[in-house]
Design a protein around this ligand. Structure first.
Ligand SMILES: Nc1ncnc2c1ncn2[C@@H]1O[C@H](COP(=O)(O)OP(=O)(O)OP(=O)(O)O)[C@@H](O)[C@H]1O
Length: 861
């Protein structure tokens, strides 16, 4: 299975739980998979069809989601399509039932509508699973119930012996049971993973619509835009989407808009532009939700508190799906918490009203806590996390703790006096000394605490109430749609221990909202907090790497346009970051990068390698993962002699000498297409003649010019007595000595390059360097007998009998017979071949995806 993972998805290992789930599905067992957003659930149904050669049918709620997934799978060499009313290709239906597709997507409506004959035909050719994605939609207890999902059980009566797999990121225990029952799963394998999205930073801020908030929003968005990533701003109303979108556009940020009041065409277009990186910022209502499968969303901003923590988790979970550090900011205003009427408008059942109110209160609490947000979020989903996360605003900011005993006493006493019949506004108004009609009518102006809390704002008091509730001093009950506040047991005990003049210390951590209120100038706090602790991976680049990264992003964009797909479908940002860091010089190295699959290498490999090679030269950075900058910049070595070189020769020399690209690779890449290796050699010799620096040791090693050959050429030249014509020299030499060997020898002689130095000092990788080789055939000094240095022909023949020579197929066979072999084991086994040749052969096998490397061991695909 690992080879499928590498070949099609470009990954070298499964994430936690993926393999176990796939094995269960392959064993024919139903599965329920509850795993965090972006954790890689899709792979659990995408790999089995590739293992079995049978179709996987996937039920998905949204057309846009299906289309995006189909697009991504096609870029991975996987046959995928969707079947539904929007499918314009008429042949898809018949192809689907004859098993052409590995993965076939359908909406639940479509799945229930296709005639049994379709399923019968597909079953005959082979169907390996039915996956129900976003399975929480099945449950009325879920936050996104869809009645069409409820009908999927009818498929049980048609799809005998096909395992069903339900997948979701958000399912409480109730919802999990509902999924199992609705899909009639028998003895399912249940996998409940962690909800924790460690790469996400969570932050919350109170906001108003002042200019400082607008400036902050614009600055935040610009930061993530600059990293090449995308941002979604979720608003609670259509009006807000329009306003925020306009605000961003006025600030020069190209932004898209998406909400339910737009026509379907306009929405599709907006979605399409976002997915294809034509716009980097989307301002949307939650209508733009589940269908977003874009991996490089770096920032999700909620402008307004969401209606529940489930929806917040889902929506914020669109962020950082590629695993890179990303941020989720939630801006709320107090008025958001009194929107129950808005959410309850068309709810019929009492249970659902209660559920909605409870959800809203949980979301409010999330906004108001002063402790670790992640811990709170995870606890809500029933997961315990020990210790604070260190990756949320509350964990990152300097904590402000204070003894709030006096204020707490006042609030508790006031709430107790109100008798639990009111919401929070009444006791706060009393404390602040209001003489409203309600207060007078209820004689609350006579209370001893009346007017004792004037020094703090209403919002500050609400912040304190939130803290006291979180610590169990206060409790909130829901009465129909009204929220009533009363003193909890802990608060009653506190009141018993206190009086107006004395209260036991009560040290609490102030919420950011309370700090802002005390600060009066909320501005300072908010701007300071603006730069969350998240460091984007791309921020770790050197200047040159940043430029290369941008070049590669632009190129990916161009390739995506040419291929009618989204840039992320070609490869993810994380892969581009790795490519930028590694700067592979050949296809094997490219193929070995995490996230690079076979189709990518075949389709885009040449283009990427060429761009990397050229850009690295321009930017003065080495290929193959070297991080140090070239000491001599290309400009410096551009001598007057080089100016005489034509562009083809100069570029070839630059690529080889400066870029350290091998002769073979330079020939493959060429300047405007592949050229012969002999041409590359002659270009470099011409460059040497014009004064360009040439690493002779590397050059000789690459063309196979050894001391023995040099000595033979020298003898031949002496014998002929002239070096004007090459042909007579060649005729004096063995077949194995090429014209390139002769030309190089002569050029080195012209340039007075000392072969002794070349082989002895400069190239430790040269075989002759190992043997010593203190010879210098140019100045006529004698050298040690070749017999001492180089094996005689007889010895060589004898050794060939015992020492195995490597070839592509013999290495492949060797690797196939082992469960992982190291490079040294392979070179040791093929001791009859030069280690560099073996490495070259391994490179080619890797580039062709016949082998792959995992933890430095080679394995066959
Ligand atoms: N084994 C793996 N190694 C590296 N990346 C992986 C692996 N498996 C999946 N991914 C990547 O993780 C990202 C998220 O995967 P996927 O879309 O399957 O998430 P999901 O769990 O379905 O999320 P959601 O519930 O939000 O739809 C994708 O970019 C995917 O290619």
């Amino acid at each position: 299975m690992e080879h499928i993972l590498k070949r099609n998805f470009g990954y070298s290992q499964f994430r936690p739980c993926q393999k176990e789930i796939i094995e269960q599905v392959l064993g024919g067992r139903d599965c329920l998979v509850v795993m965090a957003t972006g954790s890689g659930k899709s792979l659990c149904y995408q790999v089995p069809p590739l293992v079995t050669g049978k179709t996987a049918v996937v039920i998905s709620p949204l057309l846009s989601l299906m289309q995006d997934q189909v697009m991504s799978l096609k870029q991975r060499g996987i046959k995928a399509e969707h079947l539904g009313s929007s499918q314009t290709d008429q042949s898809v239906y018949s192809k689907a039932e004859s098993g052409v597709y590995d993965v076939l997507y359908m909406t639940p409506e479509k799945a229930c509508m296709v005639p049994p004959r379709f399923w019968g035909n597909l079953l005959n050719v082979g169907m390996c699973l039915l996956a129900v994605d976003e399975a929480h939609c099945i449950s009325e207890w879920g936050h996104d119930f869809r009645k069409e999902y409820k009908q999927l059980d009818v498929l049980r009566g048609v799809l005998f012996n096909v395992p069903f797999i339900g997948l979701t990121a958000t399912a409480t225990e109730k919802v999990q049971n509902d999924i199992v029952q609705s899909l009639k799963m028998t003895d399912p394998y249940i996998n409940i993973g962690s909800f924790d999205r460690q790469n996400l930073f969570y932050g919350v801020k109170p906001c108003n619509r002042t200019q400082s908030f607008q400036e902050e929003l614009v600055a935040k968005i610009l930061k993530y835009k600059a990293s090449g990533g995308s941002t979604i701003v979720y608003c609670t109303t259509v009006k807000d989407t329009e306003q925020i979108c306009q605000l961003l556009r006025d600030a020069g940020i190209v932004s898209g808009i998406y909400h339910g009041q737009m026509g379907s065409k306009a929405r599709e277009e907006s979605h399409r532009s976002f997915i294809r990186d034509e716009i980097q910022v989307m301002v949307a209502t939650i209508a733009f939700g589940m269908g977003i499968d874009k991996p490089n969303i770096r920032c999700v901003i909620h402008y307004g508190c969401p209606k529940s923590l489930e929806s917040y988790y889902q929506e914020s979970g669109r962020c950082g799906r590629d695993g890179l550090a990303s941020v989720c900011w939630l801006y709320y205003s107090r008025s958001d918490f009194s929107k129950a009427d808005f959410y309850l408008s068309d709810v019929q059942s009492e249970n659902q009203r209660k559920a909605i109110m409870e959800s809203l209160i949980a979301a409010e609490k999330y906004c108001l806590i002063a402790s670790c947000r992640r811990k709170f979020l995870l606890q809500y989903f029933g997961e315990h996390k020990s210790g604070d996360c260190g990756n949320c605003d509350n964990c990152s900011r300097t904590k402000v703790e204070r003894d709030l005993s006096k204020e707490s006493y006042l609030l508790l006493a006031c709430i107790k006096s109100c008798g639990g019949r009111w919401g929070l506004n009444m006791p706060i108004d009393i404390l602040r000394g209001s003489r409203s009609r309600k207060i007078i009518d209820n004689s609350f102006d006579k209370l001893p605490v009346h007017g004792h809390g004037k020094d703090n704002t209403t919002t500050w008091w609400k912040g304190l109430a939130g803290l006291l509730t979180a610590h169990g001093y206060l409790k909130e009950v829901i009465d129909d749609v009204y929220r009533k506040i009363s003193v909890g047991p802990r608060g009653m005990q506190y009141l018993r221990d206190s009086n107006l003049l004395y209260q036991p210390p009560l040290v609490l951590e102030l919420t950011s909202e309370m700090i802002v209120e005390e600060d009066h100038g909320a501005h300072k706090y908010s701007i300071e907090n603006l730069n969350s602790s998240v460091t984007l991976e791309s921020e770790r680049f050197s200047e040159a790497e940043k430029k290369l990264y941008d070049i590669l992003l632009d190129m990916r964009m161009e390739l995506a346009k040419d291929n009618g797909t989204a840039p992320y479908a070609i490869c993810g940002d994380q892969t581009i970051i790795k490519i930028t860091k590694i700067r592979p010089s050949n296809k094997a190295r490219l193929a070995n990068i995490e996230g690079v699959n076979q189709l990518f290498v075949m389709k885009y490999g040449d283009k990427f390698l060429e761009t990397i090679s050229n850009a690295s030269l321009e930017l003065g950075i080495f290929l193959n993962g070297e991080t140090n900058t070239v000491t001599i910049t290309p400009k410096k070595v551009l001598t007057s002699g080089q100016k005489n070189l034509n562009p083809a020769k100069f570029d070839t020399w630059k690529m080889w000498q400066m870029g350290k690209v091998s002769l073979k690779e330079v020939a493959k890449l060429g300047r405007t297409g592949p050229i012969k290796e002999q041409t590359v050699i002659s270009y470099i010799l011409d460059a040497a003649e014009t004064g360009s620096e040439v690493d002779w040791a590397r050059f000789c090693m690459e063309i196979g010019l050894t001391l023995e050959i040099i000595s033979q050429i020298r003898s031949a030249v002496t014998k002929i007595g002239s070096r004007e014509r090459l042909k007579p020299i060649k005729e004096e030499l063995p077949e194995t000595v090429s014209y390139e060997h002769i030309k190089t020898y002569l050029k080195m002689e012209d340039l007075k390059e000392s072969a002794g130095e070349v082989f002895e000092c400069k190239s430790s990788s040269s075989p002759e360097a190992v043997n010593g080789g203190n010879i210098n055939p140019w100045n006529g000094q004698d050298h040690e007998s070749p017999a001492k240095k180089i094996r005689t022909g007889t010895e060589e023949n004898e050794e060939k009998i015992t020492e195995l020579e490597a070839s592509g197929s013999s290495i492949l066979d060797f690797i196939k017979n082992h469960d992982g072999v190291s490079l040294s084991e392979i070179t040791g086994y093929f001791s009859g071949s030069n280690a560099d040749n073996v490495a070259d052969l391994l490179d080619s096998l890797e580039a062709e995806f016949l082998i792959f490397r995992k933890t430095d061991l080679f394995r066959a695909m």
